[in-house]
Each structure stands twice: as C-alpha cells, then as structure tokens.
Design a protein around this ligand. Structure first.
Ligand code: 13P
Length: 258
C-alpha cells in the first residue's frame, strides 16, 4: 500500500479578516488532537492579509496546523502591482500554495500556461503546489469531463520531472460542485481521481503516480467526508465553505472517527 498521508486543506477564499482568522485557527487547534495530526495533515489557506498573523500564532503555540496560501505570481519580484511573489510566501513559512483554482481560471483569466509557470515557481521556492483541475457542468454533461481534466494535467505539469510531480498535490474540483451544495458521488470522484493518478503514471512513471496526493474538492461537509475519503484514490479534501467554521472543519478532519 502506498503511504500517502491524507491532506485536509481549508481554502478560505476571500473570507475572514486577520482577527477572524486567528479565532478560527485557535478554535480548530483546540478541537484537534495529537491523534488527528498523526492520521492526517491539516492546512489552512487564509487570505494574504492574514498570513503573517497566522504564521505567528502557529509558531508561537507550536501548532501542527500547516500554513498555506491561495495563489501567487510566478516571478520572484517586479513591477506587478497587486501581486504576491513566491519568495514572500516562503519567508512566511508557507508550505502549500493553491495554484490554478477554478475561480482563478474562470473569473481572473488564468490560463494553463500561467498555472504551469506558477507550479514551477512554487516548487523552485521549496513549497508544495496544490494544483487544481476540474470540469464545468456543461463539460460534464457533454461527456467532456475526462478530456478537460486530462488536458489540464498535461499542460499544467509541463516541464516538470518525476521527483517534482511526486511531491505535489493535485486537487480534483468539479466546478459544478463548488459552493453549490452538490457533491460528486464518491464513485464519480474516485473515477476522476483515479484517472488523474493514471495520467500521472503514464507520463511520470508508477512510483510518481503512487506518491502524488490527489484531493477531492467541492461541497465537502462533515456528512460526506468519510464516504469520499474511503475511496482508494482520494488522499484528502480541499474544503471551501465548511472550512470557515472551525467545528465543521474539525469534523471533516476527523472523518476517520465519524
Ligand atoms: P466548497 O467546499 O465551498 O464547495 O469549495 C470548494 C473549493 O473550491 C475549495 O477550493
């Protein structure tokens, strides 16, 4: 059996100012036990303005919660008003960076080429990309879910080597399931996550395929986390709405004891 420790990630999107973020992390820390951290990795991805506060809190209280970011630019520095560079995140001891979230792609025009440059930049600075992919409802209904995701995997992992890809996280997030309360059935989510692993294997070899962690995201809640996590190719969850509430996110992290 491959040893892939599940990764449960809370993507807060544009929610929680730094005061609210501190309260949420404190409450989450209070809810989680040593056994939980032994069983799974837990990351939180607050807005940029919260990162320094949460870094300080995690380090001062020696929390096992892992700090993540939601996005970054691909350049190390420069005249890019409003952007945040990977070395700035590295300096804040950020471990995981979400790259190519569907909201970035659909609402802010991020292309596969940009996603690929971001993946390279995150890896270059010793952080781990959580690279997102997934299809719209229209694409799913037209039978184009698999080619869409295959195309993203192909383009977004361009120019990487097997060792780099093996350390990464890929999040399968069907766009129709994000923030809608609709979840892919465990079987459908498993089918797509297994496809992602197979594609990685064809391109980078079986060892890389068994090392890479594949998350499912899209309306993950305390009530459906266990069924999703029981699937053999689902190694974690990327949680939006339910991660804003420490009780709900803790219950998701504790899916194994549900
Ligand atoms: P929801 O859990 O709110 O559907 O969001 C999923 C997501 O986009 C996480 O990145």
């Amino acid at each position: 059996m491959p040893d892939r420790k599940p990764l449960m990630s809370g993507n807060w999107k544009m929610h929680h100012n730094h005061f609210e973020a501190i309260q949420t992390v404190q409450k989450l820390h209070y809810r989680l036990t040593r056994d939980d951290y032994r069983a799974v990795d837990v990351s939180v991805h607050p807005p940029f303005t919260d990162l320094r506060s949460i870094q300080t809190l995690i380090e001062a209280d020696k929390m096992d919660i892992i700090l993540g970011a939601q996005n970054c630019h691909w350049e190390d520095s420069g005249a890019f008003t409003g952007e945040v560079a990977p070395p700035m995140l590295e300096k804040l001891n950020v471990s995981y960076v979400i790259v190519g979230h569907s909201e970035r792609r659909e609402l802010f025009g991020e292309t596969d080429e940009m996603v690929s440059m971001k993946v390279h930049a995150v890896l270059k600075h010793g952080m781990t990309p959580i690279m997102c992919c997934g299809e719209t409802l229209e694409e799913r209904e037209a039978g184009r879910a698999e080619p869409k995701v295959a195309g993203q995997i192909e383009a977004d992992l361009a120019g990487l080597d097997a060792a780099q890809v093996g350390g990464m996280v890929i999040a399968y997030e069907p766009i129709w399931a994000i923030g809608t309360g609709k979840t892919a059935t465990p079987d459908d989510a498993q089918a797509m996550c297994s496809l992602i692993r197979r594609l990685v294997g064809e391109r980078f070899g079986p060892e890389t395929a068994s090392a890479i962690r594949v998350q499912y995201g899209g309306s993950v809640k305390p009530g459906n986390a266990a069924a999703l996590m029981a699937q053999p190719d689902i190694d974690g969850a990327l949680v939006g709405g339910a991660s804003l509430d420490a009780d709900d996110f803790a219950a998701i992290v504790q899916y194994h004891s549900a």
